[in-house]
Ligand binder design. Structure first.
Ligand SMILES: CC(C)(COP(=O)(O)OP(=O)(O)OC[C@H]1O[C@@H](n2cnc3c(N)ncnc32)[C@H](O)[C@@H]1OP(=O)(O)O)[C@@H](O)C(=O)NCCC(=O)NCCS
Length: 178
């Protein structure tokens, strides 16, 4: 089973037993307002259970928990593209507000980026933070992602038109599979 170890956090698959901590940290407008609408707010016990049932039953390990001191306090995942974009994946993450500002997601992103490049032969990871999400943009820059552009009026969050920034990191060691 996948486990990536850092100094500040570990990355591992979700477990059914994460329900309580997931609910505690996910039910926060300061988290939800930066994410896609499929991340609900308020975040209910039912939302946590539905998410965990899917994550636990799923075979693939692209939807992962950020664990700190044995507890799941956030999420990080990637969604590979298809067809000609099959070696490129969108990465996303959130962390419980109580843990912000300790370098945890910077480390989590570095761990997941290295894993997808070295073990899964991904060529490119990219992220689309809202252009005013300075914390996430800082995380991406610290993890070696490069700003490629600004997607003007590319999204609407809570009825407000928002730009998204495009950040990406590419794998210099990538080779086509044999
Ligand atoms: C964005 C988020 C993931 C950052 O996680 P984190 O573990 O606190 O990040 P780190 O501690 O590794 O780094 C945060 C950096 O952003 C900086 N930062 C945080 N808020 C900031 C702000 N409003 N303006 C500018 N910089 C900010 C911190 O100072 C730090 O940089 P530094 O190390 O140079 O001081 C977390 O705040 C979060 O989950 N936010 C809500 C969900 C979200 O935005 N997800 C990303 C969607 S694209």
């Amino acid at each position: 089973m996948l486990r990536l170890e850092g100094e500040r956090c570990s990355i591992r698959p979700w477990r059914a037993a994460d329900s309580g901590s997931l609910l505690q940290h996910a039910n926060n407008i300061n988290v939800a307002k930066h994410l896609r609408d499929r991340f609900p707010h308020p975040y209910t016990r039912k939302d946590a259970d539905v998410f965990l049932r899917h994550a636990v039953e799923s075979e693939d390990e692209s939807n992962l928990a950020i664990e700190v001191h044995g507890t799941a306090v956030g999420a990080i995942g990637y969604v590979p593209g298809r067809d000609i974009e099959r070696f490129s994946a969108e990465v996303g993450y959130w962390l419980g507000e109580a843990f912000w500002g300790r370098g945890i997601v910077t480390e989590a992103l570095a761990l997941v980026t290295a894993y997808t490049f070295d073990e899964l032969n991904m060529l490119r990871l990219f992220a689309l933070p809202f252009a005013d999400n300075s914390g996430s943009i800082r995380v991406l820059e610290k993890a070696g992602y490069i700003r490629e552009g600004l997607l003007r009026a590319s999204s609407v969050k809570y009825d407000v038109v928002k730009d998204q920034a495009l950040y990406a990191r590419t794998n210099p060691a990538w080779q086509p599979p044999p």
